[in-house]
Design a protein around this ligand. Structure first.
Ligand code: PFF
Length: 442
């Protein structure tokens, strides 16, 4: 018997666990910060609603009916067609993301451990910037924490869909919601925090139509929801027949978006109250925030909560990124779960070595001069994910007969007409348009 989720809640929490991750806290905060705050948020919300939600419905629908891994699902629905390559892109993409994602997750775990033990606060002369740079440039330390995060993820995925993935998400996700609400509640009471709220919610209208902001918002939406990487196909494949697709997709997308906004309400008010720079970039979480925590009453306790939040949110996403290739290897190569986990986990461990060392011994290893990890993340979010999303939209909207697609999604009437229009027209035109802009504008 193929594995199944124990309950509808279990499936939804596991899927939200995949969506909510470093992308919602670390990446959302700095990309929003760099792209004008409110303007970015507005564009982001429109993209999530018009592209994100329909594509999640398509992915779950494909998975739920075919009940197999991300590659075989395409083969089942369109035998002997080249469209299974979209599935391969998802499986390979998730292994690639897992490799470098685990490195950043390792940084978060290191910061949690240092905050909890108190060593984080022994600041070197150059402050948190110097200590962060020294840590990521170290030839061994980042590797050790990367290994730690991979080992925990592998232990959970080995235990299986219901006993490992579902069980861990059932208690981790409510804990994360509690921590992020606590942090936001605290940040909002700080004097001067209103600047941060205004920054996040007041759009600068000129930025709303800037194609660069739109591109960044699309990359962020795809990354944060985790679209195109066959996660929802794989997780959807463990659904029971009576579980609902559209309702689940709406809860997942809404949960992911709310989480990012509340995390933004935890971060920006604190940054503004303490006079930090909201556009500090990727180092916002690791350099700017520790300074802010140190200056805040009760800040050290909050730092523990924040880095625990970051590590645990990363963990539930890593689990899904691991499960996608594991499910494919189990199905297609007939491997046992344990062997598949060892194979994929081992490959991701090795794959993470270069990005982990790219701030130190391997700093020369890159194409544009930016650290390798940031280069890979850029290519993944702005190219691999949108391409996979495009493939998914074309497959669901054009390759599958409309009657089959509607049947898979279990939809009717106006809702179906709107969804099909978004997947057939809006998604391809929007994604191709933005990619062309990117190509031409450099
Ligand atoms: N959605 C995760 C995040 O926001 O951190 C990252 C992610 C998970 C991306 C799963 C892609 C994916 F397939």
């Amino acid at each position: 018997m193929r594995e199944q989720w124990g309950s509808q809640t279990g499936f939804i929490l596991a899927a939200i666990g995949s969506a909510v991750g470093l992308g919602n806290i670390w990446r959302f905060a700095y990309v929003a910060g760099e792209n004008g705050g409110g303007a970015f948020l507005l564009v982001y919300l429109v993209i999530v609603l018009t592209l994100g939600l329909p594509l999640v419905v398509a992915e779950i629908a494909i998975g739920k009916r075919s009940r197999v891994d991300g590659v075989t699902a395409f083969e089942r629905l369109a035998p002997a067609s080249p469209w299974r390559r979209v599935g391969w892109l998802g499986v390979a993409g998730s292994a690639l993301i897992l490799a470098y994602y685990s490195v950043i997750a390792g940084w978060a775990l290191r910061y949690f451990s240092a905050a909890a033990s108190g060593t984080l606060w022994d600041r070197p002369p150059g402050g948190f910037a110097a200590s962060f740079r020294a840590f990521i440039a170290h030839p061994l330390e980042p590797l050790g924490w990367h290994l730690g995060m991979m080992a925990i993820s592998m232990a959970i995925v080995v235990a299986g869909v219901a006993r490992g993935i579902e069980r861990s998400c059932l208690w981790l996700m409510p804990m994360l919601a509690f921590i992020v609400l606590l942090l936001a509640g605290f940040a909002l009471t700080l004097p001067g925090s209103s600047g941060g709220v205004a920054f996040l919610f007041m759009p600068q209208w000129s930025a709303v139509f800037d194609p660069r902001v739109v591109l960044a918002a699309m990359g962020q939406a795809f990354f944060s929801i985790g679209l195109g990487m066959a996660v929802y196909i794989t997780y959807g494949g463990y659904m029971k027949p009576e579980q609902r697709i559209v309702g689940s997709a709406a809860v997942i997308v809404a949960g992911d978006t709310c989480f990012a906004i509340v995390a933004g309400l935890a971060i920006f008010p604190a940054v503004f109250a303490m006079g930090g720079n909201p556009a500090a970039g990727a180092e916002l979480a690791f350099i700017t925030l520790p300074d802010i925590f140190l200056a805040m009453p009760g800040g050290k306790m909050l730092a523990n909560a924040f880095f625990l939040l970051l590590s645990a949110a990363a963990l539930t996403s890593m689990i899904s990124l691991l499960e996608v290739p594991v499910a494919a290897l189990m199905q297609r190569a007939g491997l046992r779960r344990r062997t598949a986990v060892l194979a994929v986990g081992g490959a991701a461990l090795l794959g993470g070595v270069a990005p982990a060392l790219g701030y130190g011994p391997l700093a020369w290893l890159n194409v544009t001069g930016a650290p390798l990890l940031e280069e890979v993340d850029h290519v993944v979010s702005n190219l691999v994910l949108p391409l996979a999303g495009l493939g998914l939209a074309l497959f669901f909207g054009w390759v599958l007969p409309a009657g089959t697609a509607r049947d898979l999604a279990g939809m009717r009437g106006l809702a179906w007409a709107l969804l099909l229009w978004a997947i057939r027209w809006l998604a391809p035109v929007f994604i191709i348009g933005l990619m062309l802009f990117r190509l031409l504008a450099g």
